[in-house]
Design a protein around this ligand. Structure first.
Ligand code: CA
Length: 381
């Protein structure tokens, strides 16, 4: 089999009155970059690149102008060889960030091709499923815009997740400790003590501030504090982790086995959160998972895209080992983004339905989803 083409699609959906904010900025739109890798025997593979704050066209150009010409004529089943080749191609200026997101989308597409060629879901090719469904927590509770009371809006949203059957939810913090504490108190008191509550600062603090926040939040039974400090501040992570009674999570802004080597080997986090669509795709994620396993640091993967990235992340989630193996192993958490996203579901023919707090892991070949091309073309920039 040979790769014959790589198409990229940059999609945008405007949020209208659903613009939302977090500790870094406010967004009025969602974008995504999808890629479709075609082969000479007619199989196509899908991938999605994670980007956060940049226009999706930057990562799409890295795929179409940077990597695509290097892929034509290669055997898509040579995923690991291709990964190393592409990584080395941009290594000098592309060790982290968007080049790796672009590479992730391509790698995901190659695994989709491999699964379709062999008639098996990706998780089977990665070693088999530890689980066939994912216990999902709601990511949401961003700062809504133009509402009379943010706290009232957060409470209403949180009660909605409880009503929907979520066992856990994640609240955005990082607005200053006083504001954070008002939000945490309001949400915890609204949802009661039986729901797991996590918070995410999106690296808004220095270590001293983050330690103070963690101490003040203890009485509200916060399960983890995510991205307390900037991703480059590994010493800060270690300091916060040592002085906090709340678990420290992080890793969505880290890339490849080389980046994760630091977070893992220095024991900078309690819970590792690599994003499949950013950290390097399936090929590299399996390297990261192996390292995490060797250091016994559990993973709760970061997931924040459309149904393409969601389907791919579910395939990876199936193969996450136990940290550690035991008679009654812990059920890992799967991130289910519930923030406004006009493109999330429409891009695929398939829909994901939560049932009793779980999402099923797709059993069809490859990622288990197919693009709705009418929808894709309608929203393409
Ligand atoms: Ca996050």
């Amino acid at each position: 089999m040979k790769i014959t083409g790589v198409e990229t699609y940059i999609l945008q959906g405007l949020l209208q009155d659903k613009a939302f904010g977090w500790s870094q900025r406010v967004t009025d739109r969602r974008q995504t970059a999808l890629c479709v890798v075609s082969t000479d025997d007619g199989i196509q593979g899908l991938g999605e690149a994670f980007y956060y704050a940049t226009p999706a066209k930057i990562v799409a150009h890295l795929i179409s102008d940077g990597y695509a010409p290097l892929l034509i004529g290669r055997d898509p089943l040579d995923n690991a060889v291709i990964w190393d080749f592409l990584y080395n191609w941009t290594r000098d200026q592309g060790m982290k960030g968007l080049p790796i997101s672009a590479l992730s989308a391509i790698d995901i597409a190659l695994w989709d091709i491999k699964g379709k060629a062999l008639g098996l879901p990706v998780y089977k090719l990665l070693g088999g499923a530890y689980r066939n469904k994912a216990h999902v927590y709601a990511t949401g509770l961003y700062q809504p815009q133009n509402v009379p009371s943010i706290e009232d809006a957060l409470v209403e949203e949180a009660l909605g997740y409880k009503e929907d059957g979520f066992f856990a939810m994640k609240l955005k913090v990082g607005y200053g400790i006083e504001t954070d504490m008002r939000y945490v108190k309001a949400v915890r008191e609204a949802i009661g003590n039986d729901i797991v509550l996590m918070v995410d600062a999106n690296h808004a603090y220095n270590a001293v501030e983050a330690i103070r926040l963690a101490k003040e939040m203890e009485k509200y039974d916060v399960y983890w504090l995510e991205e307390p400090v900037p991703p480059e501040d590994i010493e800060g992570y270690i300091e916060v982790k040592q002085k906090s009674n709340i678990l420290i999570a992080g890793g969505e802004d880290e890339f490849t086995r080389y980046g994760f080597r630091e977070l893992i080997a220095r024991r900078a986090v309690d819970i590792l959160q690599p994003d499949l669509c950013a950290a390097g795709g399936f090929t590299e994620m399996m390297n990261i998972v192996a390292m995490a396993s060797a250091w016994n640091v559990p993973l709760a993967p970061h997931v924040w895209g459309t149904n393409v990235g969601l389907a791919a992340s579910l395939q990876l989630f199936a193969v996450l080992p136990h940290f550690p193996e035991r008679r009654y192993p812990a059920d890992p958490f799967f991130e289910y983004d519930r923030s406004p996203h006009p493109l999330r579901e429409g891009v695929t023919e398939e829909r994901f339905e939560m049932s009793d707090g779980y999402l099923d892991i797709p059993q069809r070949p490859g990622l288990g989803v197919s693009l709705d091309m009418d929808f894709v073309r309608k929203h393409a920039l």
